[in-house]
Design a protein around this ligand. Structure first.
Ligand code: AMP
Length: 122
């Protein structure tokens, strides 16, 4: 899948659409999800143009990958989630229902999060 430069997160990165920013550095931007699925639901995105996990893993530089992983850790710490706990999640492709074709990591927390995933058939 080729990268669509007009996807919503690309537009947020260019400042064309507002976001509730939580954290930013040279590699990553983090902001609150517009439709939160937990008391705390933040998205952490790389600043580079990557469609999904597969694209980022294949084409991202070592610095970009390290930068994004460290940003997720910093965001969780900044949100005060280290002691209570949190969950990270990244959707890739149709089975995962990925909606936005700019790679992003969800960070959920602020409440007990239940089981890891809904088993098939439930
Ligand atoms: P995914 O299904 O993994 O692609 O998740 C996309 C997420 O982006 C969803 O949780 C949406 O609620 C969220 N989202 C879509 N548009 C915006 C926006 N303008 N600002 C913040 N979050 C958004």
């Amino acid at each position: 899948m080729s990268y669509d430069p007009n996807n919503i997160f690309a537009r947020i990165l260019r400042g064309e659409i507002p976001c509730k920013k939580v954290y930013e550095d040279s590699h990553a931007l983090a902001f609150h999800d517009i439709n939160p699925q937990a008391r705390l639901h933040v998205l952490v995105i790389p600043k580079g143009a990557y469609v999904s996990w597969a694209d980022f893993a294949a084409r991202g530089s070592t610095e970009e990958i390290a930068g994004l992983v460290r940003a997720v850790g910093k965001v969780a710490t900044q949100l005060g989630l280290d002691a209570s706990g949190y969950r990270t999640l990244a959707n890739h492709g149709p089975d995962s229902h990925q909606e936005v074709p700019h790679f992003h990591i969800h960070v959920f927390g602020g409440q007990p999060l239940g089981r890891m995933i809904q088993p098939p058939g439930r």
